[in-house]
Design a protein around this ligand. Sequence first.
Ligand code: UCC
Ligand code: FAD
Length: 647
Amino acid sequence: MAHLTPSSSTSGFFQALPTLPPQYTWSASEQATGSQSDDRVLARVLNLYLPDPPTPQLSKHFHDFSRLVLHPSTLQHTVNAETNQPTLHPLTTFGEINTTDPLRTSEGWRSLKHIQTQAGIVGYGYPQYTLHQTFNRRIHQFATLHLWHGTAALATCPMAMTDGAAVLLRRHLDDPDHDQPGRKQTLTESYRRLTSLDSSYAWTSGQWMTERTGGSDVSNTETTARRMTPSEIQSDFSTDAHGLPLGPWLINGFKWFSSATDADMAVLLAQTSKGLSAFYAPLRRQTPTLSRSGSQMNGVRPQRLKSKLGTKGLPTAELEIKNMRAFLIGTEGQGVKEISSILNITRLHTASGGAGYLSRGLAVSRAYTQVREVRGGLLADNPQHLSWMATETVKYTANTNLVFLGVALLGASEQGDAARTPASSSIIPKDKNTIDVLLRILTPVMKAQVTLNSVSGLQACMESLGGVGYCENNEDGGVMNIARLFRDAAVGPIWEGTTSVMAEDVLRVIKNPKVKTDVLDQVFGEWTRAALQAVRSEFPAEVTIVENRYAALKQMVGGLKAHELHRRGREVLEHIEAVACACLLMYDTCLDKDEVAMAIAKRWVRMIALPSDTVQGGSLGAWEKEVELDRRIFLGSDTLPSTRAQA
Ligand code: UCC
Ligand code: FAD
């Protein structure tokens, strides 16, 4: 018997804590210290989309921020936000409705918000920081965000909506405002605040779409807006909390989910006589008789905070809206179209979150293999463990490349040639319209696929730590808490549109009856062919596999009727993900012929991009039978619920 001394609570074996290296290490110090970037994928992505070599300012920013996100003083805010959840205080001492400060968030939450504003999580995506004019600003912004996700405890959620709102407002800054006096001044100042790096001046925005009637289909929205009469406007001397004019619309209704309840403003949907319209509203307002600190809620009353699986620090609430003053954004009746400017940005952020959480999860898993022994050897030397986690890393690498392609396209659309690099020349189209359509196709794909893979990947990361992976480890700065990341990641496939809604959105673009051209082939197909051409000599067999997979997608999209295609929409997402990631991984590998990158690309192609029988176009005409079988498999019933109800 090797151990005759019994263990106790204070003696015996105690697992050494794994050490998490920073995700990014500046190459100058890499040479000096021998340490490398722990997240090799991020380092490669930066090489692809930023000037080579990156400017010292940029490298230093990523280097320093990688250390800040793991610093104990930062991590303590994460744990604080996670364990001190927001609270509602709906009534005053004497039972009146609390219109002043009904919501309280934790100190940790507020500190995380300060840190991310100063780190440029939104601001670096915008042109006012002149240092950043000569490269793709969005890569700078989203690489910072990628480093931040694992620590941010979803303080990134309001930032996503803030970024989206800034993009929307920017499009409307020069709209004539004769019928809405003060609008230009208000929107201009809001835009400045949304994109600021100064946390004492910066604002965050909410995005209110979902109602009890439905979040996917918002056509039954019950919140209404009406224009105030001139005498109503003249008799109301309120401004927003900063003295900016309030809008001439009054909004009433109820929103079922609002995550950025502690925001400064919101963009929301409401019905007018011309249909669903988009509105801008500040969250607070004041009358001349109240001091600035005495500002009140702008007709908004949080009714209840949601009790959620994850996103614990995020104050997601149900909101009653009574006479909220607002400005109309864009054309009345075109609210969905207007707010989709926000959606496309927040979906990119959501996909980025999926990659970012998994990056942290894999980092913890990697670190643990260096300290945990099984059967007398380190996990890091166990072939089965390695094979399993290498597969997860392949998926992470593929998906991170997909997210950053989206980010690079956004930057190229906004900045033109200033955002281009020689290294990425074959995968960033030159023409703005092509860039925009490609991004429009890929955004729902990455939102859907990256978030789904993130949940399964984090499940694997938890398992890779054994039982401790399933625990809420908030000790030691909470850096070992993969369970938190898993819970937070699980909302990714739901909010900002579910996976099925993303599938429908892709079809909205590639099967748009108003567009006569074959958008899928002319844009995504063309992009795929260009990328494959660049890698054909290095990957001849893999290129054929990917071409076949693309052909299966084309056959499906071209051959199936609309209702059949809708039913199989998730397969369309998988096809596009498989093809796009294969192209990106092979393309990136060809730049330096890195052996590991090459193995990852080949594995992705063999594992994911290989077409199987199930991806061939469905047998036409058998649709009803397939639906019936789906129903019987899932529901165990031969009849439609509606038929049973009638019987
Ligand atoms: O969940 C939410 C916030 C959570 C917090 C997020 C934080 C993320 C950060 C994470 C960090 C880690 S806010 C709620 C999100 N809700 C949704 O995403 C709604 C999901 N439902 C949809 O997306 C639906 O597809 C709808 C609502 C867009 C469908 O509405 P309609 O009215 O039926 O759509 P239509 O009629 O097809 O489209 C109306 C117009 C069309 O333009 P025109 O008239 O020119 O043909 C469409 O092409 O809107 C256009 N359109 C779009 N344009 C629709 N969707 C888009 C789009 N995505 N991009 C551009
Ligand atoms: P439903 O729309 O009722 O969907 C139910 C099911 O039907 C889903 O599986 C869906 O995929 C499926 N479905 C719907 N339409 C179709 C279709 N056409 N084809 C096939 N299947 C379909 N909303 C906001 O506006 N602002 C916020 O700040 C916000 N924050 C949130 C925070 C959290 C933590 C969560 C969980 C949600 C938040 N939401 C917010 C709401 C979120 O956007 C919605 O929950 C989401 O869009 C889905 O809407 P729903 O809940 O009404 O589900």
